[in-house]
Design a binder for this molecule. Structure first.
Ligand code: FES
Length: 78
């Protein structure tokens, strides 16, 4: 499903970008161009980002958000 019509960015593409390390709205704007034209998609982009980060947090015991190349939390190793 398209989230940002102006830039042709899908929800799947946002999820892939977050998994690859774009953990802020600003990072998604820079990498994908979302919400840089009319801005109508900002709320939806932020919602997808929040859902992705919540899922990542649930994947570790302590809430550590793994970045690409990181396997586990450096403190608790979860
Ligand atoms: S729909 Fe995303 S900037 Fe217009």
């Amino acid at each position: 499903m398209y989230v940002c019509i102006c830039n042709g960015v899908t929800e799947r593409r946002i999820r892939e970008a977050v998994a690859a390390g774009d953990t802020t709205f600003e990072a998604l704007q820079e990498d994908l161009g979302v919400a840089t034209c009319c801005g109508c998609c900002e709320e939806e982009v932020r919602g997808v980002l929040t859902a992705c980060l919540r899922t990542q947090r649930n994947n570790t015991q302590c809430g550590f958000i793994a970045k690409p190349g990181t396997i586990a939390c450096p403190r608790c190793a979860s």
